[in-house]
Write a protein that binds this ligand. Structure first.
Ligand code: IMP
Ligand code: MG
Length: 180
């Protein structure tokens, strides 16, 4: 697909993403051999990553979803995370993997891990497409990281700006003039 004019450069292209997602899928297949897995996707950003990742896992995989929003006075994550949609089921005794698009400040992931852990899963893993290298990130230790990146604002492959660009098949840097 042609680069969107609102994207200054493509950081991770379709082929690179496909290869990386396949690698993570193989790692998960190995790690959970013969055990059931419940992927919990964090809407909406993780939706494309999760659909591709799930198809690269050879095993018994079930899906659930949560939607959260972090808000505050600043545009950045405030550390206050609100649940918009909770999981539908009991996760006691399940091998849960949280599937998220981005770890930025780490507040969202810290909240999700604590929240889900309290519901008694057998194990809890974290698969994140992108981890931003930002100072003062809460140490959350994801088990699977697609790509490390800087702190530019990225869109595509599920990531949005104001609800748009999620459908771009690559991950690109959003032109700052779009949000200026
Ligand atoms: P955190 O709580 O600061 O780690 O924020 C993580 C959330 O911020 C992710 O779930 C994303 O929805 C959003 N986010 C952070 N950086 C970006 C970005 O570059 N593009 C799109 N969404 C982002
Ligand atoms: Mg998100």
């Amino acid at each position: 697909m042609k680069k969107s004019p609102d994207v200054t450069s493509i950081l991770f292209g379709e082929d690179e993403i496909r290869e990386r997602v396949a690698e993570i899928g193989s790692q998960i297949t190995e790690r959970y051999k013969g055990e059931n897995i419940l992927l919990i996707g964090i809407l909406k950003g993780a939706c494309i990553f999760m659909s591709d990742l799930a198809r690269q896992i050879d095993g018994n995989v079930e899906f659930d979803f949560m939607a959260v929003s972090s808000y505050g006075i600043e545009a950045k994550s405030s550390g206050v995370v609100r649940i918009i949609k909770d999981i539908d089921r009991d996760i006691q005794g399940m091998n849960v993997i949280i599937v998220e698009d981005v770890i930025d400040s780490g507040f969202t992931m810290k909240f999700l891990k604590k929240y889900l852990k309290a519901r008694g899963p057998k194990s809890i893993g974290i698969a994140v497409l992108l981890r931003k290298n930002v100072e003062q990130q809460i140490p959350v230790k994801p088990d699977y990281v697609g790509f490390e990146c800087g702190d530019e604002f990225l869109v595509g492959y599920g990531l949005d700006y104001a609800g748009r660009y999620r459908n771009l098949p690559y991950i690109g840097i959003l032109d700052p003039k779009v949000y200026a």
